[in-house]
Design a protein around this ligand. Sequence first.
Ligand code: PLP
Length: 452
Amino acid sequence: MPEQQGSRLQQLDAAHHLHPFTDSQALHRKGARVIDRGEGVYLWDADGNRILDGMAGLWCVNLGYGREELIQAAERQLRQLPYYNLFFQTTHPRATELAATLAGLLPGDMQHVFFTGSGSECNDTVVRMVRHYWAVQGRPERKVIISRHNAYHGSTLAGASLGGMKPMHAQGGLPLPDIVHIDQPYHFGEGQGQDPHAFGLERARQLERKILELGPERVAAFIAEPIQGAGGVIIPPDSYWPEIQRICRQYDILLVVDEVICGFGRTGHWFACEHYGLEPDLMCMAKGITSGYMPLGAVAVGPRVAGGLIDGGEFFHGFTYSGHPVACAVALANIAVMRDEKIVERVHTDTGPYLQQRWASLADHPLVGETRGLGLVAALELVADKSDNRRFPGERGAGVICREHCFGLGLVMRAVGDTMIISPPLVISRAEIDELVDKARRALDLTYQTLN
Ligand code: PLP
């Protein structure tokens, strides 16, 4: 794309486009970064710069850019049936085929799915489904859903309410009633000096204390991401999840696992539930289900809730684009490629361990207080002083400085405060992992120079 075209787009953009999760004043000062095309794990911006996409778009482009199989599946479906809906006892072949295909992949004995258009819509669906389920059981007072501070479950009213992002709650008077939050299992950020095992148990037992405080008869469900993504790739200590599962069972609380980021191979399993041995009642999927080529979400429903919903007659809920045929066709092609190319196995045994080993080598850098990761998702913590993991004062903007150096070097790495995170396409090769980690180290060096 000629450079002139890039700046023309920036002008039009500044004049007419309100962006999601963007400081509009900063945008007006600098202009939007215009991403023009992608191939494999690389993006090209409007100035022709090649950038390694260390975030797979927004954690979703798992098969990388430009996959013909997905493009052709979309084209075929657009010709055959570009749209039909799933309301009023209707289906179309791709939705039914995808539901059956997913049933073969889901953890435990989950056999049903409800389609949506996004991860946020999955979480809105969860709130309605969970409350409807308990009402059908004759327990309408079981309404409260417990989530966690610093969780991310989307941007709709229910998604943002289930999420634990304070700045989101502050805009618009959230959370909605009967959604409450407990602390997160963030050992580096909130458990320094404590034994990780004991910290994990302590954080899990907050759930039990909250259930007892509210009264178990009022609590409908607990929802969480297996690994918090947008919160900063927070990997709970191993003691955390088994204790959560125990508590949910003991108090008969539904367990809802949000696999919007973790699902479809990110952790080296089809779903992170397999890594943690979780048996959820409901599970949210989106993003990697189509490798981000089309918007699609799905809530997997275990036998207990599915039985309740079936007994409950009509569930007055659904979206025009629930299970859009083109999105379902792309999801089917995406899953077929993942199976044919053994992508999940590759992440589990090859590229995942390789990335983690290379990523851990960054721990010797003077700015790095901790590295962590699983499969093809990882984080590192920027610190001012490694001896006691003291952070930089927030106003120094260490994370943003590091992110900008990454961009300058041709790497997308995201900053969550001073936590740097990556989640590259699952098709990334060992050579591309080397490039990613080498660029990350150079960005850390430049960040160190800027800050000192
Ligand atoms: N749940 C999780 C765990 C997410 O990370 C996200 C998005 O990042 C969502 C839900 C919301 O998904 P969407 O942006 O498709 O609505």
